[in-house]
Design a protein around this ligand. Structure first.
Ligand SMILES: Nc1ncnc2c1ncn2[C@@H]1O[C@H](COP(=O)(O)OP(=O)(O)OP(=O)(O)O)[C@@H](O)[C@H]1O
Ligand SMILES: [Mg+2]
Length: 331
């Protein structure tokens, strides 16, 4: 199953590169027709680049100075090409390949000798394998679409701020947090609060920013996660191992709606503890949301889990209060 998914994704990368090469060829033709002299310039650049490669292969002892001289000539001509493009109203990178992922140049793999899966490939495998919540969520729910107006501008209990002011402050704090990602002192964030207060929305905001920075993010509801773990424990071991690897390896694991999972007592407790503990040990980020209060969490899960989750040297506990904005929207 996973081999098929991988094959399908690699084919998509292939198609993407083919499409991009064709688009580049068309841009080249357009530019050649518009800017006199650029064709010769481009030919010279390509010849020099070929010469540089041949010289290096033929003569491994070629002096660094000779290589540098060639490099300098190439970059001088490239600069000239860019100037010509700009002067004729084209973007400076018009004659370069446009990659979705500059890190792997849309191949899915990074590294010259030892090839490693690029984070964009891992992310795609994750999403297809577990059919995680729609990626479109993140187009709708991100820091740019955060709307303070959805929150009532009335004071919330136990705070001198209104719900709106509180949420704006929280948004700024979390933007600051992801701005420093992955170098955060505290790697676990727990959102606790009643329904309809904007927890999932803010988790999505953080997920989008972290994904855009090129890290992997697995977003999953607790219900789905523990069901999947339960089912894969009954199935073959390889599938189970893959899921655990993902849960341990992703840069950020987001478990939404903790407390909605089917209670299978020891089973859920064991898995949750292993996930939290392993990620804590590896210094990885885990964000969770729950409708449960802290006392309810303590009652529902084992002491080991509570002490991991409530260890404030590694966890930011964030309380959501106020009016349910879903109800508000309907009124
Ligand atoms: N900052 C925001 N800007 C615009 N819309 C928002 C914002 N926060 C939340 N919403 C919208 O309000 C609704 C409720 O928010 P959300 O799903 O995040 O609540 P929640 O706290 O996760 O609730 P639950 O505990 O039931 O899962 C959603 O439709 C969401 O898109
Ligand atoms: Mg939610």
């Amino acid at each position: 199953m996973r081999d098929l998914i991988l094959k399908e994704i690699l084919q998509e990368y292939d198609d993407l590169r083919t499409k991009e090469r064709e688009a580049l060829r068309q841009r080249e033709n357009q530019v050649m027709d518009t800017i006199p002299g650029i064709a010769d310039l481009r030919r010279t650049i390509i010849e020099l680049m070929a010469k540089r490669s041949i010289e290096i292969i033929k003569n491994p002892h070629l002096s660094a100075q000779a290589v540098d001289e060639l490099e300098e000539r190439i970059s001088g001509l490239k600069e000239k090409e860019r100037e010509l493009l700009i002067r004729h109203g084209f973007p400076a990178d018009y004659l370069s390949m446009h990659y979705r992922c500059p890190k792997c140049e849309d191949t899915g793999y990074r590294g010259d000798i030892i090839k490693e899966k690029c984070s964009c490939l891992i992310q795609k495998i994750l999403e297809r394998t577990y059919q995680l919540s729609d990626i479109n969520d993140l187009e709708r729910e991100n820091f740019d679409t955060f709307d303070p107006e959805v929150f009532p501008d009335v004071p919330v209990e136990g705070s001198r701020l209104t719900q709106r002011e509180y949420m704006v402050q929280l948004k700024n704090r979390l933007m600051d947090y992801v701005g420093k990602f992955p170098n955060n002192k505290r790697k676990t964030i727990l959102f606790s609060g009643k329904t309809g207060l904007g927890k999932t929305f803010l988790l999505n905001c953080m997920a989008k920013t972290i994904l855009d920075m090129g890290y992997t993010v697995m977003r999953i509801s607790a219900y789905k996660l523990f069901n999947q773990l339960f089912l894969s424990a009954l199935q073959d071991n390889e599938e189970n191992l893959f899921l655990f690897n993902c849960l341990f390896d992703v840069d950020t694991l987001i478990i939404d709606d903790l407390g909605t999972e089917t209670q299978r007592n020891n089973f859920t407790n064991e898995d949750l503890f292993n996930i939290l503990n392993e990620r804590f040990t590896q210094g990885k980020h885990t964000f969770l949301s729950t409708n449960l209060g802290l006392t309810e969490i303590k009652e529902r899960y084992s002491d080991r889990i509570a002490s991991r989750l409530f260890d404030t040297s590694n966890t930011m506990l964030i309380r959501f209060t106020g009016q349910d904005i879903r109800v508000r929207a309907r009124n």
